[in-house]
Write a protein that binds this ligand. Structure first.
Ligand code: FES
Length: 105
């Protein structure tokens, strides 16, 4: 299974879904451009922001409190914004598609 990242320029980048890893980790391991992950996955930096594709909006978990607080500070936040380090990958997320913001803050 794979996960798909769509860059701000519209380029599609596919990466293997590794069960148990976070979406941020998979992005870093596959050198997906546009995800920084400065805090290493602690929901503390906000530089792993992604916007979940509408088709997947209902299939990801809701942000937990720490994540919600980081998202609130992000001026680019959209309805389906998530911190990718807080999306734990499981097999049922095969094909998950997220969009990358223009900038990470
Ligand atoms: Fe820092 Fe996700 S890596 S909030």
């Amino acid at each position: 299974a794979t996960v798909n990242f769509v860059t701000f320029d519209g380029e599609q980048v596919e990466a293997p879904l590794v069960e148990g890893q976070s979406l941020m980790q998979v992005a870093i391991d596959n050198a997906v451009p546009g995800i920084d992950g400065d805090c290493g996955g602690e929901a503390a930096c906000g530089t792993c922001h992604v916007v979940v594709d509408q088709q997947w909006a209902g299939r990801c978990s809701e942000p937990a409190d720490a994540e919600e607080q980081m998202l609130e500070m992000n001026p680019d936040r959209q309805a389906t914004s998530r911190l990718s380090c807080q999306i734990a990958l499981s097999d049922d997320l095969g094909g998950l598609t997220v969009h990358l913001p223009e900038f990470q803050f």
